[in-house]
Design a protein around this ligand. Structure first.
Ligand SMILES: Cc1cc2nc3c(=O)[nH]c(=O)nc-3n(C[C@H](O)[C@H](O)[C@H](O)COP(=O)(O)OP(=O)(O)OC[C@H]3O[C@@H](n4cnc5c(N)ncnc54)[C@H](O)[C@@H]3O)c2cc1C
Length: 199
């Protein structure tokens, strides 16, 4: 018997189970269809290799139907739709780029009836979960400094620096990709530590 049963140990389920279990009087069962990723030599422990996990046993292996208007470079115009099937879910096979999404999308959802899901409604939770102290935009009122997820700016390869120079030459300013204006040369951030939400 459990007080709560959470099905799916992905990004959402792991956090829900973790938060519920912070009350030591509460019992929580977290169920996951995929395998563990906790072995020290597991590929998910090396974030840069995320791409190699697509199509592996840690991916549900979904495919799109043949597309009529896109994916012309794909065989039969069929696309991969990777979804994590492993402890940590898609967060264990993802690229770890820390992207919240655009303010406009949230505000449009609110206008369409999703009360409580406008950007200003969810912003306090974004701020609460992140620790942006190791970034150049840490003082922004849009960013959080005391949350459990540490984020860092990417170091960048030499190719990235050429790309940035080119973007500046054609007039893009440098912006935080999670700011209100995400159009420009992005200061990309990644989840600094390889976050394992479940232990
Ligand atoms: C390849 C890839 C790259 C990505 N890159 C980024 C990125 O760089 N930045 C970013 O912000 N986002 C990225 N994402 C998206 C992000 O990872 C997902 O949006 C997020 O993890 C979704 O969380 P979720 O909890 O909704 O689902 P998931 O994390 O997918 O969790 C669902 C879990 O439920 C389990 N499950 C499903 N059915 C059952 C069942 N019947 N019984 C038990 N368990 C079940 C699954 O196995 C899985 O573990 C990426 C996603 C992928 C796949």
């Amino acid at each position: 018997m459990y007080d709560y049963i959470v099905v799916g140990a992905g990004s959402a389920g792991s956090v829900v189970a973790t938060r519920l279990s912070e009350d030591c009087e509460t019992s929580v069962l977290l169920m996951e269809a995929g395998s563990s990723d906790l072995e020290p030599d597991d590929v998910t422990q090396i974030p840069f290799l995320w791409y190699s996990l697509i199509g592996s046993e840690k991916d549900w292996g979904y495919r799109s139907v043949p597309q009529k208007y896109s994916h012309f470079a794909y065989k039969n115009e069929i696309s991969y739709i990777p979804q994590g099937k492993v402890l940590g879910g898609s967060s264990s096979i993802n690229g770890q780029n820390f992207v919240r999404g655009s303010r406009n999308n949230y505000d449009q959802w609110k206008q369409e009836g999703a009360v409580g899901w406008g950007y200003d409604d969810v912003l306090p939770y974004f701020r609460k979960l992140e620790n942006a102290t190791q970034t150049s935009y840490r003082d922004s009122t849009l960013r959080g400094l005391h949350g459990p997820i540490v984020i860092k700016e990417t170091n960048g390869s030499i190719l990235q620096s050429f790309h940035h120079t080119a973007a500046m030459e054609i007039g893009f300013s440098t912006v935080d990709c999670n700011s209100d204006n995400p159009i420009g040369r992005l200061v990309f951030s990644i989840q600094g530590d390889h976050i394992k939400t479940v232990t």
